[in-house]
Design a protein around this ligand. Structure first.
Ligand code: HSE
Length: 440
């Protein structure tokens, strides 16, 4: 056992921070027995000490973040404040003092990772960020250690618990997006302002971090094509079901023959046979295709207090044991030392497509639509139409064989200009794993 406890400052004691406190208290003996480490929580930085003391009186609360970081007896700083303003200043301050930082802050790392990792390197510190992606799933540990012998060819993930809860409710209950979002908020999954989640941006920030580690390049959030789930209609979920698919918000990173990366986040029709189709509620999953290992799946709770706190404490132990500092020093996969990603323009990416059109229910309409698609070199694989009571307009779903995004978009623009079609048409991509991404 270590005689000297390791001093910690915890910056922020909200949902995740209080989960960290709980693990450090409840698992103190287990952690000490397993690792020989003892942690001394010296400061818990909050905005309102009186409010926090009312619920948890025995913690060393303070409002003075700078003093908590500067305390010479503090060896590791945990940042669970979130956001990109105050948190950035705290992290910079700790790193300049050579203190390792544990953080769950994917927004900040996606925006300023290269700079902050560079600062850490300059001052002999490190940043541990397992909790930033996939909640409690040890995906960063896998990418930096377990999979290091693999060339990764593709990574496909469900990385946002809120969106997955919403899509699961829409699928199982036939609810609208608004109804499912309200339920997710009631259950405490979605934030009061859910826009970062439902717009796909939270997923894109996580993809930027994970793809950087998987493909050893520097990925900016702006490299990623992002579409959210706000415009999905119950009718799309129902048609997808008829076709044998479920709709998931996927983060996809794949490599072409020339080493360019395709990076995209969008609602996607996932075949019901695919394991990702089974990932429901607040769970996350990441499918990885490595050239040696083949397909592997990482699955677990992607958000929430205790799963995220589990990853924070794992990082704390790894930093204290010297594993993370050594990996950070030796591995050349972090954003400050990786070259920028060369990306595949979205117009060049290929997929099968699902198109839902609202057409006038009259002769010749399908002929006009298929003519437009044919003119753009797009081949149809199925057409689905349901009778409606409307009598005037009818939803028609078309699926295509593999096509390029550029001609597909041009087709939709032309289709939406047809006098027999009511714009806007809905266009979603389909993936049929595993053969599309299978590693030979
Ligand atoms: N809001 C995120 C989610 C968790 O719903 O998955 C934090 O990244």
């Amino acid at each position: 056992m270590s005689d000297n406890p390791i001093g910690i400052s915890l910056l922020g004691c909200g949902v995740v921070g209080s989960g960290v406190v709980r693990i450090l208290e409840e698992q103190r003996e287990l952690l000490e027995r397993r690792t020989g480490l003892r942690f001394d929580l010296r400061h818990v930085v909050v905005r309102d000490t009186i409010k926090h003391a009312a619920t948890h009186p025995n913690l060393p609360y303070t409002t003075d973040a700078n003093a908590a970081i500067d305390d010479p007896k503090v060896g590791i700083v945990i940042e669970t404040v979130g956001g990109t303003t105050a948190a950035a200043g705290y992290i910079e301050r700790a790193l300049r003092l050579g203190k390792p930082v544990v953080t769950a802050n994917k927004s900040l790392l996606a925006a300023r990772g290269a700079e902050l990792f560079g600062l850490a390197r300059e001052h002999g510190a490190c940043i541990a960020f397992e909790a930033s992606c996939g909640g409690g799933i040890p995906i960063i540990d896998a990418l930096t250690r377990g999979l290091v012998a693999n060339r990764v060819d593709a990574m496909i993930g469900i990385l946002n618990g809120t969106c997955n809860v919403i899509l699961t409710r829409m699928t199982r209950n036939g609810w609208t997006f608004a109804e499912a979002l309200a339920e997710a908020q009631k259950l405490g999954f979605a934030e009061a302002d859910p826009s970062l989640d439902v717009s796909g941006r939270d997923t894109a920030q996580k993809l930027a971090l994970l793809a950087g580690l998987a493909f050893n390049v520097r990925v900016a959030e702006s490299d990623i094509h992002v579409e959210g789930i706000e415009n999905l209609q119950p009718v799309d979920i129902a048609f997808a079901d008829d076709l044998g698919y479920v709709i998931k918000l996927l983060a996809i990173a794949d490599r072409d023959g020339g080493g360019r990366l395709g990076l995209r986040v969008h609602p996607t029709l996932v075949h019901k046979d695919d394991v990702l189709a089974e990932v429901s509620g607040g769970f996350n999953a990441i499918s990885l295709y490595g050239n040696a290992l083949g397909h592997t799946l990482f699955y677990g709770r992607g958000a929430g207090q205790m799963p995220t706190a589990s990853a924070v404490v794992a990082d704390l132990v790894s930093v204290a044991m010297g594993t993370t500092p050594l990996m950070f020093k030796r591995l050349r996969i972090f954003p400050d030392v990786s070259p920028p990603a060369t990306t595949i323009p979205m117009g060049e990416t290929r997929a099968r497509y699902y198109l839902r059109l609202t057409c006038r229910d009259e002769p010749g309409v399908m002929g006009q639509v298929s003519q437009v698609l044919g003119q753009h070199g797009i081949s149809l694989s199925a057409i689905l139409q349901r009778e409606t009571d409307d009598g005037q307009f009818v939803p028609v779903v078309i699926t295509t064989h593999q096509a390029s995004e550029g001609p597909m978009r041009a087709s939709i623009e032309a289709i939406d200009r047809l006098p027999t079609v009511v714009p806007p048409s809905m266009c979603l991509r389909i993936i049929d794993q595993p053969k599309e991404f299978a590693t030979a």
